[in-house]
Design a protein around this ligand. Structure first.
Ligand code: PRX
Length: 572
């Protein structure tokens, strides 16, 4: 296998010399881009939209939208007026004010983006929810955050237990023939009649912006809070890493329910004044290639699972499309196999650039810059202004080529500021010396390239989506036939990992295939399709510690035929 470094392709990049920039860089250089620098106040939506609407970019297309039913485009000027209107509708009919939590739960559409940016213009904290979430997952998040308003569709409203959420005062519905009531408001109607002028709520850099719920290996999903200050790093990486230039057409395939879909589907590209392609609907290789061709996409950000699915659709298919505009391709969310990089070279004649970061980090941290050689299998190097290291469990830095915890020195601009209502959880991320511990294990080679090795905890990455085993186990346990459940990630060639559940049944239940399917459906309906176990295995009993905790490590060893290791804490 050709594991040599892939050399830099000649080009003019926004970051031309990595070493020099690292040596001289100071975040305050980037801060000067934003209104905060002059007035002491800022607002993400102003910087991402209005600023361009008031500049030479006013008639530039900000948003190209396409799904099975709609094809629309909006300039920065139109985006400014429409997000003003959305803000006015939310304020007038939902009393939305600074600091309130507004959740957005709907498939991708222009209205979703108007609602997110409109909420931000009011200083509200936005909670985006992936459209596949079912009632239990929706309720958990709205409850924990004490959301005051929700923007959703009539179809998805069925999954929102409004009566059980006393803090939820208004529900805006995006759809046709909406019947309004005390709580239900017709979003489109109220937007249409709303004033197009708005006094933006100017906020402090440290005020709340967005709340992304994500999973750990224990406990319920946690609310990761980011603040407006994140713009500094999101803007800078949109320049350095996405390498966005004035004429680029950019497409990020992630849904705004996940952090990639907001940090690099909304904030980064628009802070940089780019034309942003948003495509709704389900994944289909033909549609994706068509999108690249039709919009003349030049910069493309996607994920290994998607690349692997395109890869398995065959090379004949890709040849039917004109992808000659494509100039820069990036990947995030899971390890990018060297095999996929080789495929990218073959079919696009492009190096795929891996990027590493997390919900908690708010923006990219370790990446393959366009100006760097790529070592296949490596996530790249830390961005200038950020210190990354491999540390042991006490926070001591380990030398090159030693595996340990991938850690980042606290203080990068887009770092999460809070775990909602859970200070202890927030504190648990840090080691002495000010190291943020990612939960990933990795090593760094002598050239300073980082190589991902795996998760330290039990978090599952399936098709690039992060799933906490505890959440799935809890749901399975609610099934009337189940006594015990343990959930692990099982390696899968396309999806990275799939969710596998080991289940022990209550007496009187037969371990049949029908029951497996029933449990699967139960999780799908209660939580989300992507969280439902693809495989279920019945066992009489599951390995537990004496305190009753399922030993997922042992389940994993069973699955992979590995030694089970130290079993001294097992119950019998
Ligand atoms: O395990 C790492 C994996 O995704 C985790 C973060 O998941 P999430 O918060 O959902 O954010 C995903 C997108 C920002 C990490 O702890 N991960 C992310 N990027 C990579 C990766 N694993 C390997 N290589 C990457 N480039």
């Amino acid at each position: 296998m050709d594991l040599q470094a892939l050399p830099v392709v000649q080009g003019k990049y926004n970051l031309e010399n990595y070493e020099d920039t690292c040596a001289n860089f100071d975040w305050s250089d980037t801060e000067k881009q934003f209104s905060w620098y002059e007035t002491g106040r800022v607002n993400m939506a102003y910087e991402a939209i209005d600023r361009h609407a008031e500049s030479f970019r006013k008639n530039k297309v900000a948003l190209y939208f396409r799904d099975d039913n709609r094809e629309e485009k909006y300039t920065f000027r139109e985006m400014k007026l429409l997000t003003n209107k959305a803000a006015n509708a939310l304020k007038t009919h939902g009393n939305v004010e600074k600091g309130d939590r507004v959740f957005i739960f709907m498939p991708r559409s222009p209205e979703l983006y108007f609602a997110i940016l409109g909420s931000i213009k009011l200083g509200a904290i936005v909670g985006p929810l992936f459209e596949a979430f079912m009632e239990g997952a929706v309720k958990d998040r709205l409850e924990d955050s004490e959301a005051k308003a929700l923007v959703t569709t009539p179809e998805l409203l069925e999954r929102v237990p409004v009566e059980e959420l006393p803090n939820l005062k208004s529900v805006f519905l995006v759809g046709k023939d909406i019947e309004e009531s005390d709580t239900i408001i017709d979003f489109n109607k109220r937007m249409a009649e709303a004033d197009r002028n708005l006094e933006i709520e100017w906020v402090d850099r440290e005020d709340g912006l967005i709340l992304h719920y994500t999973s750990g290996s224990t406990g319920r999903p946690k609310g990761v809070l980011h603040v407006h200050n994140a713009m500094i790093q999101q803007y800078q990486t949109a320049r350095w890493v996405l390498d966005l230039q004035e004429e680029d057409v950019y497409w990020c395939t992630a849904d705004p329910g996940w952090v990639t879909g907001t940090s690099y589907g909304i904030f980064g590209p628009w802070l940089a004044g780019a034309s942003n392609v948003i495509v709704g609907g389900r994944f289909k290789p033909e549609t994706w290639y068509q999108t690249l061709e039709d919009f003349g996409v030049t910069v493309w950000y996607s994920a290994p699972t998607a690349f692997r699915m395109l890869m398995s659709a065959g090379d004949e298919l890709v040849k039917q499309f004109d992808l000659s505009e494509l100039r820069h391709v990036m990947s995030v969310g899971e390890p990018l196999n060297p095999e996929v990089i080789r495929w990218g070279l073959k079919v696009f004649n492009k190096r795929i650039h891996d990027t590493w970061w997390m919900t908690e980090t708010g923006a990219q941290l370790i990446v393959n810059f366009p100006c760097l050689e790529i070592k296949p299998g490596s996530m790249g190097k830390p961005i200038p202004g950020v210190e990354a290291a491999i540390v042991d469990d006490q926070g001591n830095i380990l030398p090159p080529n030693r595996m340990g915890n991938l850690a980042i020195k606290k203080g990068w601009p887009s770092m999460m500021r809070e775990i909602w209502n859970n200070q202890a959880k927030y504190d648990s991320y840090f080691l002495p010396g000010g190291w943020y511990v990612s939960g990933d294990s990795a090593y760094m080679d002598e050239d300073g390239y980082f190589f991902f090795q795996g998760r330290v905890d039990d978090v599952i990455m399936t098709s690039g989506e992060r799933v906490g085993p505890f959440e799935v186990e809890s749901k399975i346990l609610e099934h009337p036939a189940v006594a015990e459940a343990g959930v692990i990630g099982k390696p899968d060639p396309v999806r990275g990992e799939i969710i596998k559940a080991f289940v022990a049944l209550l007496e009187g239940n037969e371990p049949t295939d029908e029951l497996k399917e029933d449990i699967r459906q139960f999780v799908k309906k209660g939580l989300a399709a992507h969280a439902a176990p693809r495989e279920i295995e019945f066992r009489d009993k599951l390995p537990k510690t004496r305190s009753g905790k399922i030993m997922r490590r042992v389940l994993k060893a069973w699955e992979l035929d590995l030694p089970t290791g130290d079993l001294s804490t097992m119950e019998d």
